[in-house]
Design a protein around this ligand. Structure first.
Ligand SMILES: Nc1nc2c(c(=O)[nH]1)N[C@H]1C(S)=C(S)[C@@H](COP(=O)(O)O)O[C@H]1N2
Ligand SMILES: [Mo]
Length: 313
């Protein structure tokens, strides 16, 4: 996000994603490790980039062409690591992911601090290919690895008062130098209504393209909410708070008329400074039409039947 939409397109990489991805998968299959027997490499030193195997969930995956690995990991929004698209990759080492824990708090029966192993161990990982659409007007297709947020929510047992879930990114201004400038009210915060958080599409991602999440993509765990603009998909989460009131969220607080709390991808609702009717799929030349709910309407439109989506944008 910036004061102007950035239409900059990354240079075409030489190798296709399929070639890279298939060869990685073949290497992993040759290892013949059962998914259940696998220990997660997530909590080890320099985990980012280590192979991470998970079966694809075809029911939740688009068959559209994948965005190139180099673009997924080289053209990022992660303002803690710098506000340019290339900065998060160049500054990825600013993010210290070990040790890592996530605080579960608020209206919940099982509050507490979980280290990464405790948080992830009970959950089986799966791969899901989702579209990601940034409010700036570009989109990607990414093979994520993770598990449904709903599984974690059920495990920690929110109380009946929990109507919303709030998320926070790591606050570490000494290392995360982006936080030394008041671009946003740090730490980065996002939130979902409980039914959005429980929707089977909503994913906690810990990997992509068959490997542990690179730092610039939100290691060691991030949200992926595919029917919403990318800014809802908060990276490097350290706190999950269950609450009765609608959470304050960073981009909405920064510019409420530009970044609504709901942030559902909607070609009919303009961003005040540009149209959302079309998008540039990274790697493609021609712009495509943006789909309502980013193409996930069948799964999520029912969440909003009673809402005016131009007022609740
Ligand atoms: N903590 C944090 N999370 C964040 C952001 C950020 O700046 N900080 N940017 C958001 C935006 S605007 C987008 S489009 C997506 C981009 O995810 P990607 O870089 O993995 O493609 O991350 C989102 N999550
Ligand atoms: Mo974005």
């Amino acid at each position: 996000m910036s004061s102007k939409p950035q239409w900059e397109i990354p240079p075409a990489s030489e190798i296709t994603p399929h070639e890279v991805y298939l060869s990685r998968r073949q290497i992993m299959q040759a290892g013949a490790v059962g998914a259940a027997a696998m220990t997660l490499p997530l909590a080890s030193v320099d985990a980012a980039g280590k192979p991470l195997k998970a079966p694809r969930n075809a029911d939740f995956s688009t068959s559209e062409e994948l965005t190139k690995y180099d673009d997924v990991t080289g053209y990022c929004n992660f303002y803690e690591l710098g506000s340019g698209k290339r900065h998060p990759t160049a500054n990825a080492h600013w993010l210290k992911t070990e040790p890592w824990s996530v605080e579960i708090a608020g209206e919940v029966k099982q509050p507490g601090k979980l280290d990464l192993d405790q948080l992830l161990k009970p959950h089986d990982l799966q791969e899901r290919v989702y579209r990601l659409r940034c409010v700036e007007g570009w989109s990607m297709v990414i093979p994520w690895i993770g598990f449904p947020l709903a599984e974690l929510i059920k495990r920690v047992e929110p109380s009946s008062k929990a109507k919303f879930v709030a998320f926070e990114t790591l606050m570490d201004p000494i290392n995360l130098k982006g936080q030394q400038r008041p671009i946003l009210d740090w730490p980065y915060q996002e939130g979902l209504r409980m039914d959005e958080a429980m929707n089977p599409l909503t994913l906690i991602a810990v990997g992509l393209y068959g490997e542990v999440l690179p730092n610039q993509n939100g290691a060691p765990l991030r949200l992926v909410v595919p029917w919403k603009y990318g800014f809802k998909s908060i990276k490097s989460i350290v706190r999950i708070h269950f609450q009765e009131s609608q959470p304050r969220t960073s981009w909405n607080f920064h510019a409420p008329e530009e970044y609504g709390f709901y942030a559902n991808v909607n070609p009919q609702v303009r961003h005040p400074r540009w149209s959302q009717a079309t998008e540039r799929r990274i790697g493609e030349f021609r712009r495509r039409k943006t789909l309502v709910f980013n193409g996930y309407g069948e799964q999520v439109a029912h969440l909003y039947t009673d809402m005016d989506l131009s007022a609740n944008f």
